[in-house]
Write a protein that binds this ligand. Structure first.
Ligand SMILES: Nc1ncnc2c1ncn2[C@@H]1O[C@H](COP(=O)(O)OP(=O)(O)OP(=O)(O)O)[C@@H](O)[C@H]1O
Length: 597
């Protein structure tokens, strides 16, 4: 296989790699990549097959056109017989138009197949990520996950879809052009083939340097993007701490490293092309010299020699592009490794085969001796936790930071299953209920209000897709949000900004409450609903929150017992003991941490 520098690659399209360049080697075999992703080409294979057929036909047209060119040279130009010109010229024109149309059709169908493949694969990976617990995304760098779902998915397409089409058509082109050259003069063609190793050696020398340069470019591109992403995401912090200059300097410094990496790539590709051209010229001069000798001896016509040279002019670039393809393939395999890692991550929980869809429940929740340890962790977070929340009851869950309060919500929603014990909703084990119907019965209001960057109306209506505008307004009124929404420049159509940053903390929380009101589920989980708000705003938010809680079973997770509604039962979660203490406890008596007071 040949390796050549790849000029055509978009800078920064791939995820950052270390400067060593070792990571460019495929981490898994190409076979495994095909085994995993070939099924995704189902329904698209006819597009790719048509792309191959059309590209091959176009190449055949080119072969025939060159043959005609030789014929015109010998029969018209050399003999000065203009009458013999018109019909081959007309056929030549027809072949050119035919080749153009076939190339267009082939490129279009391949692109259509490629884009549909990208769409389907991205959807598949994203859908899979949605089956994983939210922690999967939270534990990873967002930029990296996004790169996997965009750049790496694209890299896979370049291997399994359009890359395969290109490989087949390039090989076919090489066979045709070399075959046509052999047909004219096999001995001259053999001489030409003998010069191909010159291309191979040049490609290899450049490719190894280019890989290192490309790896450095990607590493610096990744570093620069991280600085940009962090700087923009934390702009309020940067500005309030007066660190703008520092951040600009960081960006400039990373930008300079990127510039240097790009320049070494540019230097290499700039040098590579002239080097290849010199070799090509050497080949052509050798052939013309040998051809002139043969013409003088009457063993070759001028048209034959020119056609021969024209075939070579197509053959050498085809050999080169096969080398480029080898580099693309090796990178694509590395990209597919990262996507396969996502796809092979198993969801922590699945619906049981006999899981039932639960209708609207009355809201009785039972935690029965629940113990839980996060996957991959040795420290138990909850042990033997037991409590019951009756329909419509407010149960306050409190305890120090890290005690496992939010974990209770994750278990109730079945992001995880407990190691032992049971969680019941209306006396049915949640593991016997489909996750969709379980979550349809529960609304969580998170500590950090989560809004999308749409309008106020979109964010409230997210609670119930298809809700009418009147319903949205009514929910906002109950949530105490209507008054401030009315005063926004575009009312309910005002954009809330990135993660709702155009609104105040209290306003964001009231929109989230309106969304929860619209959702209208029998069970509510409020995870630190007023944390981060000042006392006055918190009191302001508590009023609509009480309206929201009315008649619903509510687990109110909070540090702040001042906000606890009257008559609510309080469960105190004790902090998890250190690991040594667990071991000691295992030896000694077991004791439950969940105590209701
Ligand atoms: N996804 C996770 N993977 C591993 N450990 C986790 C994960 N989420 C939380 N933990 C750990 O589990 C423990 C309990 O976390 P949890 O968020 O439930 O605490 P909490 O009581 O709600 O704390 P806080 O009041 O500070 O929000 C912590 O030690 C935390 O580090």
């Amino acid at each position: 296989m040949l390796d050549t520098p790849d000029e055509g690659r978009r800078p920064g399209r791939r995820p950052p790699l270390s400067a060593s360049g070792r990571e460019l080697a495929p981490a898994i075999t190409i076979r495994r990549t095909f085994r995993e992703f070939w099924p995704d080409t189902r329904g698209l294979r006819r597009h790719f097959a048509a792309g191959v057929v059309f590209a091959i036909l176009a190449a055949l047209c080119e072969v025939a056109a060159i043959r005609l060119f030789g014929h015109i040279t010998d029969e018209v130009l050399t003999t000065r017989n203009l009458d013999a010109f018109w019909s081959p010229a007309a056929i030549w024109l027809g072949l050119a138009v035919g080749a153009g149309a076939l190339s267009f059709a082939g490129a279009y169908l391949t692109a259509l197949g490629a884009e549909r493949f990208l769409l389907a694969l991205r959807d598949r990976v994203y859908a899979h990520v949605q089956t994983l617990a939210p922690d999967f995304s939270e534990k990873r760098r967002l930029g990296d996950l996004m790169a996997r779902m965009t750049d790496d998915v694209e890299a896979i397409e370049e291997l399994v879809g359009s890359g395969l089409v290109k490989a087949v058509t390039t090989v076919a082109g090489i066979v045709f052009f070399a075959g046509a050259a052999f047909f004219i003069r096999w001995d001259l063609a053999l001489l030409t083939m003998a010069l191909i190793p010159l291309f191979v050696i040049t490609s290899k020398v450049f490719a190894s340097k280019f890989r290192t340069a490309a790896a450095r470019e990607r590493a610096s591109n990744g570093a620069m993007n991280s600085v940009l992403e962090e700087g923009l995401a934390n702009q309020p912090l940067v500005q309030s701490y007066n660190r703008q200059d520092e951040e600009s300097r960081r960006l400039h410094s990373e930008g300079r490293t990127w510039l240097r990496a790009n320049m070494s790539q540019a230097w290499l590709s700039g040098l590579y092309n002239p080097a290849v051209q010199v070799i090509e010229t050497i080949c052509l001069i050798a052939i013309l010299g040998f051809g002139a000798w043969e013409i003088a001896a009457g063993r070759l016509t001028i048209g034959g020699l020119l056609s021969f040279a024209a075939y070579l002019a197509l053959l050498y670039p085809a050999v080169q592009s096969l080398g480029e393809l080898a580099l693309t393939v090796s990178e694509a395999a590395a990209g597919s490794d990262r996507v396969i890692e996502i796809l092979h991550t198993k969801p922590a929980v699945r619906d049981a085969p006999d899981a039932v869809a639960m209708g609207r429940c009355s809201g009785r929740i039972v935690f029965d001796r629940v113990s839980f340890t996060y996957p991959g962790r040795s420290r138990q977070v909850l042990r033997d936790l037991s409590f019951t929340a009756e329909p419509g009851e407010v149960v306050v869950i409190t305890g120090p930071s890290g005690a496992g309060k939010s974990t209770i919500a994750k278990l109730l929603l079945r992001f995880y299953d407990p190691d032992s014990g049971r969680i019941l909703l209306d006396d049915t084990d949640v593991q016997g209920i489909t996750r969709q119907s379980l979550r349809d019965n529960i609304t969580v209001l998170h500590q950090e209000t989560l809004l999308f960057s749409g309008t106020v109306r979109d964010n409230i209506a997210y609670g119930r897709p298809g809700a009418s505008f009147d319903e949205v307004v009514r929910a906002a009124e109950v949530a105490g949000a209507h008054d401030f929404i009315k005063l926004l420049p575009q009312g309910y159509d005002s954009p809330v900004g990135q993660r709702g940053r155009l609104l105040s903390g209290g306003q964001r929380q009231r929109i989230a409450i309106a969304r929860a009101i619209l959702r209208d589920t029998p069970v509510l989980v409020l995870d630190e609903p007023v944390t981060g708000l000042d006392v006055a705003t918190a009191a302001h938010v508590m009023r609509p929150l009480r309206r929201l809680m009315a008649g619903r079973t509510t687990l109110l997770i909070t540090h702040d017992l001042r906000q606890v509604p009257e008559g609510a039962r309080v469960i105190e979660i004790e902090p998890a003991p250190r690991e040594e203490r667990i071991r000691l406890k295992r030896v000694g008596a077991r004791s439950g941490w969940g105590t209701s007071t």
